[in-house]
Design a binder for this molecule. Structure first.
Ligand code: FAD
Length: 431
């Protein structure tokens, strides 16, 4: 059996692990356009700041691939997929056949769609090479702009600020993290980031990047013009499917897969940011481009490629990050929609920007936002995934004793809850 994996990051790497869990002998080839083995994409900011080298980001020792009997093809791009004939073609013309294939090609940045965005000095913030290129520019940069207020944009601005670049963020929507945070949580993060030295302007977008070959300034849709030598696009992502256009694979927002992460071709699977799975909360086809989702999907796809039939429970929206020492986590559906109950507590003052928000529908948790005290995020994630009825426990959501040890039974027991004891000796979680 020859397993071919296209894409070497969270989903691709976990694909290897899934396959090897079941099949210790089959041949595995992993192809990645990047010249690096799988690495922690989420941490490229650390490479920009200088706390991590490129090698520090690698997710496995180089001996791992040998041990797992994986043939790594790095620095080459798959340009054509022949799903019917079960082969792919690389950018150097080489043709490689497969028995089973995993498409784990992730996502690509949304474009700015403004005049001059191809100018030198405008970068994406997706990979080690982008950061390397940005590092070459910062010496001569007096002013940088980051376009976009999502996770990638904020991480880029944070990194630039940390290395002493004067950086400003411009965000087209009315808030930061518009996909992952409700307005009041977003305002807490915005105030905190501004307090730490990054100016953020919302409801504004660039209409022209000007300069000869290199960027020297930006014109915005409110008529303002500002000088700049560096611009970073951090506007969100879309599935990387353009190379699959003529593949006969079923494509929509991403590669369409069934509950086993199988495409419309029996021997081809897809996982990670490129795969359109089901959203765990809404039950609708969706892409939640997150590390954790990509890992889990990659692993399950790998297992299934090797002959198991494990279904994927569905992906969950969310984000987890820390800026200037303030952690924030959002999970699931966090906005106010019809028929939801919201339990909120906040302390935005000098005490520490602490905030908690729980969103329940029909007494089950469908979303959580935590700022500052995020330790129990795993507990809430487990409750969301297990769809536990929390009718009798709403008033203790967010309390310190609502931790995994205490609610393990809640998640595990199907019919009724067992009693448990709080750290203060109180009985909780009984039904
Ligand atoms: C700066 C940044 C910070 C992030 N921070 C967080 C975070 O804090 N938390 C979180 O949950 N998520 C975060 N994310 C998102 C997270 O990194 C992604 O969800 C995750 O990397 C998806 O993994 P993946 O394997 O599906 O795809 P990707 O990581 O996108 O990897 C796909 C790989 O496939 C390769 N490839 C693409 N096309 C081809 C082709 N045709 N041929 C060969 N190779 C190809 C690409 O070069 C790439 O190496 C962050 C993303 C970025 C960019």
């Amino acid at each position: 059996m020859h397993y071919l994996i296209i894409g070497g990051c969270a989903a691709g790497l976990n694909g290897i692990e899934g396959i090897r869990k079941i099949d210790k002998e089959g041949e595995i080839t992993l192809i990645s356009e990047e010249k690096y083995p799988p690495y922690a994409r989420c941490l490229i900011t650390n490479y920009l700041i200088g706390t991590h080298t490129e090698e520090d980001l690698f997710l496995r020792e180089s001996s791992y691939y040998e041990k797992m009997k994986v043939n790594l093809i790095l620095g080459k791009k798959v340009v054509t997929v022949n799903a019917k004939n079960k082969n792919i073609i690389l950018n150097d013309g080489e043709k490689i056949s497969f028995d089973r294939m995993l498409i784990a090609t992730g996502s690509v940045s949304q474009r700015l769609d403004c005049k001059g965005e191809e100018k030198q000095g405008i970068f994406e913030f997706r990979n080690i090479q982008d950061v390397y290129n940005i590092k070459q520019m910062v010496e001569k940069c007096e002013k940088a702009f980051v376009f976009g207020g999502g996770l990638v944009g904020i991480k880029a601005a944070y990194g630039l600020n940390k290395i002493g670049v004067d950086v400003e963020m411009v965000v087209k929507s009315s808030q930061l993290f518009s996909r992952f945070l409700n307005k009041s949580a977003s305002n807490i993060i915005l105030n905190w980031i501004e307090k730490n030295g990054i100016k953020i302007t919302t409801k504004i977008a660039p209409v022209e990047i000007y300069g000869n070959k290199e960027i020297t300034g930006i014109r915005f849709d409110n008529g303002e013009e500002k000088k700049a030598q560096l611009g970073i696009i951090g506007k969100g992502v879309r599935a990387n499917i353009s190379f699959l256009k003529n593949s006969d694979l079923h494509l929509h927002w991403g590669v369409v897969v069934d509950e086993y992460l199988r495409t419309n071709f029996y021997d081809i699977f897809s996982a990670g940011d490129v795969a359109e799975t089901e959203d765990l909360i809404t039950g609708k086809p969706w892409i939640n481009p997150l590390w954790m989702n990509a890992q889990e999907q990659g692993y399950i796809a790998g297992i299934n490629m090797a002959g198991e039939m494990r279904s994927y429970p569905g992906s969950i929206a969310g984000n987890s990050a820390e800026f200037f020492g303030l952690p924030v986590i959002s999970l699931g559906e966090v906005k106010e929609t019809e028929n939801v109950e919201i339990i909120e507590s906040k302390d935005e003052g000098e005490k520490g920007y602490s905030y908690k928000r729980f969103i329940l529908k029909n007494n089950t948790l469908i979303g959580v936002v935590l700022i500052k005290d995020v330790e129990d995020a795993g507990v809430y994630l487990a409750l969301i995934r297990a769809k536990v009825n929390l009718q009798e426990y709403k008033d203790i959501l967010g309390k310190p004793w609502f931790n995994y040890g205490r609610i393990k039974d809640l998640i595990e027991i199907e019919n009724g809850f067992r009693e448990s004891i709080s750290p203060e000796g109180e009985k909780i979680f009984f039904k």
